[in-house]
Design a protein around this ligand. Structure first.
Ligand code: HEM
Length: 131
């Protein structure tokens, strides 16, 4: 039985962002590179000087999996609690977004997924900056 183009289009439309990124392994691979970009980015790396890399990667992976439609639950702090007291500015916020986009490019993530993720990041901006 052959698959029609309408069926293919519907499959793409219905796949979650989690599935389109390759599930947990795909997301873990991107998060690894986001972390590597952060710690080599002079605009923000001092922020993570005292962090436990494995723990930050675990929490960010979990948050992405849960938020992108995967079966995981996020067990970390909510965004306001996590970033309150840091007084993160606009430049730092853009730096984090740039690091994410760079990691997505490295993993050949498509434009549609890239745009969706950028929208999600910006929707969270008020929960991250100037707190
Ligand atoms: C929409 C953008 C962002 C998202 C989705 C995000 C996500 C997260 C998550 C999930 C955590 C872990 C929370 C926990 O400890 O339970 C975290 C912690 C943290 N975030 Fe963000 N973050 C964002 C933007 C930023 C920005 C712009 C900075 C500034 C460079 C930043 C700096 C940090 C730091 C320093 C921690 C604490 C790490 C630690 O506990 O060692 N974040 N963030």
């Amino acid at each position: 039985m052959s698959t029609t183009s309408a069926e293919v289009t519907q499959d793409i439309a219905e796949a979650t962002l989690y599935e389109r990124l390759g599930g947990r392994p795909g997301i873990e691979a991107v998060v690894e590179d986001i972390w590597n970009n952060h710690i080599t980015n002079p605009l923000i790396n001092k922020r993570y000087a005292a962090s436990d890399p494995a723990e930050v990667k675990r929490l960010v992976t979990e948050m992405c999996c849960a938020g992108f439609g995967g079966p995981e639950s996020y067990t970390g702090k909510d965004m306001i609690t996590a970033h309150t007291g840091m007084n993160i500015n606009d430049t730092e916020f853009v730096a984090v977004c740039d690091d994410v986009l760079k990691a997505l490019d490295k993993h050949n993530v498509g434009k549609r997924e890239r745009d969706e993720i950028l929208c999600i990041l910006y929707s969270l901006k008020p929960e991250v900056v100037y707190l």
